[in-house]
Design a protein around this ligand. Structure first.
Ligand SMILES: Cc1cc2nc3c(=O)[nH]c(=O)nc-3n(C[C@H](O)[C@H](O)[C@H](O)COP(=O)(O)OP(=O)(O)OC[C@H]3O[C@@H](n4cnc5c(N)ncnc54)[C@H](O)[C@@H]3O)c2cc1C
Length: 279
């Protein structure tokens, strides 16, 4: 089988897509694309690719039915610059290969994440793991940013002082804050990238990692447009219903007026119908 060259992916190889105030994502390399998924799926029949329409419909069938192995044949390698607190969430996705810059070997750069004023919000009252809807007053946002920058400056000055005094870099770095940027090469297959995106594009994920996920989705679309389209349709835009919820749906579709779901279960169901999302 020939090496897959995807012109839309070639176009963006090595291009930096900015994320947050100082981060970026770069597609370093890719292996395969929609064509490779089709080749892998058809290997058992000894058949190659067919028309674009037939190939897309095969990809859609595979994704819809959870035939995931052919998607693992597509590999993407990214260079990512991201704040350490985002990296800590990101690294929990174990099905990837990572090589990160070493703070023992190199002097860390003076690059810190500071939220944009519009992203500064108070603690949510109903979601213990998130921020409240809506922004804070401009003055308050500016004063928070000033305080964050002051802390970052002080920590970095201390760090450079300690490095300058001859302290080992691996020790000098330990008081640097989570807002410091790190960099890594991150390699993942398309199936597991979709898993990452499903979790990290969701509004429950922290806004900062969602910003990265948005760019990764666009890059995946360049490499494998048909697979990414099917993923958006069946996974991102779809919803999973429990047996109870399916029964409720059937009752509603048959015109039966009374709901058997109650309280939080009913609220969750209604929200899922409205937004397609689990709460
Ligand atoms: C909104 C949100 C909030 C979160 N909050 C927290 C939190 O408060 N605390 C916390 O600790 N984590 C938290 N997480 C992280 C979360 O629990 C997962 O660890 C993370 O999302 C990675 O998901 P994953 O295991 O599906 O991914 P991956 O590690 O990429 O795994 C993908 C699939 O492979 C399987 N797999 C991977 N490695 C193995 C293995 N060694 N053996 C068997 N199967 C394997 C997984 O079960 C999964 O099905 C949060 C995640 C999200 C999205």
């Amino acid at each position: 089988m020939p090496h897959c060259v995807v012109p839309a992916a070639e176009e963006i190889l090595d291009r930096e897509f900015p994320v947050l105030n100082k981060g970026f994502i770069r597609l370093v390399d890719y292996l395969g694309g929609d064509e490779r998924i089709v080749q892998a799926a058809r290997v058992s029949y000894g058949e190659g690719t067919k028309s674009y329409r037939e190939d897309s419909s095969l990809i859609d069938h595979l994704l819809r039915n959870g035939h995931t192995s052919p998607f693992e044949q597509v590999i993407l390698t990214f260079h990512v610059k991201l704040p350490i607190f985002v990296a800590r969430q990101w690294i929990r996705h174990r099905t990837a290969r990572v090589n990160e810059i070493s703070g023992r070997y190199s002097v860390m750069k003076d690059d810190f994440y500071v939220p944009a004023p519009a992203d500064i919000a108070l603690q949510s009252a109903d979601n213990k793991q998130g921020r409240a809807q809506g922004t804070v007053a401009e003055e308050l946002a500016s004063s928070i940013i000033v305080r964050m920058e002051k802390g970052q400056r002080a920590a970095y000055e201390e760090y450079t002082d300690l490095v300058g005094s001859g302290l080992a870099r691996e020790l000098a770095r330990i008081d640097l804050p989570l807002s410091l940027y790190t960099e890594w090469y991150w390699q993942i297959d398309l199936h597991n990238l979709f898993g990452f995106l499903q979790l990290r594009l969701d509004p429950h994920a922290q806004l900062e990692i969602r910003e990265y996920a948005r760019i990764l989705l666009e890059i995946a679309r360049r490499v494998s447009p048909a697979a990414t389209g099917s993923f958006e349709n069946h996974v991102l835009g779809g919803a999973r219903f429990s047996a109870e919820e399916m029964a409720e749906l059937r009752r509603r579709l048959s015109g039966e007026g009374t709901s058997r779901l109650e309280g939080k279960n009913l609220d969750r169901f209604e929200e899922k119908l409205r937004t397609g999302r689990q709460s």
